[in-house]
Design a protein around this ligand. Structure first.
Ligand code: AP5
Length: 190
């Protein structure tokens, strides 16, 4: 299971990736989580990334690729992986393909979680109240959605052209969405 999870901010990538990790027994690799851990640890890279993340923009391709390479070097991705939040633009698609070709672990599937903008905003507003994530304020959320449309939406076409993409309805209870994703994955693997 070598999977890329795609979708706008708040579409449920992190939530579904955690369920898929447990279901398929492969690591969940989230560049957002890796960056937040670097910010929390106060590493030089985290210090550079923090202001960019808080404003809802993308961190530089070089920084994100370096943390991803470091994560993949741990050697636990033999059985596969679930990538969440990477790639996020076409330059990252190329960098990822090159990196994974070197590791002999190319992406097999891409799942796009489809959720309308109104619900995305409502979910992120709910998380802002519950958890206070620094980039869940209304202004940063607006910017994240804009960045997604402008820079990340082309990534969907990238995987569609490779015939690796399945779009899944991301609206509904967590378990319902999870069942749809598993059905999409298992039907192709069967
Ligand atoms: P990242 O952490 O990747 O954030 P994101 O893409 O904005 O996504 P979210 O975590 O907000 O949403 P999600 O789709 O994972 O949904 P979730 O499951 O959390 O990136 C953060 C920042 O890091 C970026 O803005 C950028 O600065 C930087 N960054 C990261 N990767 C980068 C890269 N590759 N290049 C450059 N910069 C990068 O769910 C959201 C909420 O909805 C939760 O409260 C959840 O409980 C709820 N929810 C989920 N599913 C459901 C459901 N079915 N029903 C009801 N509620 C639900």
């Amino acid at each position: 299971m070598r999977l890329v999870l795609l979708g706008a901010p708040g579409s449920g990538k992190g939530t579904q990736a955690a369920l898929l990790r447990d279901h398929y027994g492969v690591p969940h690799i989230s560049t957002g989580e890796l960056l937040r851990a670097a910010v929390k640890a106060g590493t030089p890279l985290g210090l550079q990334a923090k202001a960019v993340m808080d404003s809802g923009q993308l961190v530089s391709d070089e920084i994100v690729l370096s943390i991803l390479e470091e994560r993949l070097s741990r050697g636990d991705t033999g059985p596969g992986y679930i990538l969440d939040g990477y790639p996020r633009n076409l330059a990252q698609c190329s960098a990822l393909d090159a990196l994974l070709a070197r590791l002999g672990q190319p992406v097999e599937r891409a799942i796009q979680l489809d959720v309308d903008a109104e619900l995305l905003i409502a979910r992120l507003a709910g998380r802002a109240l519950a958890e206070g994530r620094a980039d869940d304020n209304p202004e940063s959320v607006r910017k994240r959605l804009q960045v997604y449309e402008e820079q990340t939406a082309p990534v969907i076409d990238y995987y569609r052209h490779q015939q690796k993409l399945t779009a899944v309805d991301g609206v509904g209870a967590l378990e319902e969405v999870f069942a749809r994703v598993v059905e999409a994955l298992d039907s192709r693997y069967a």
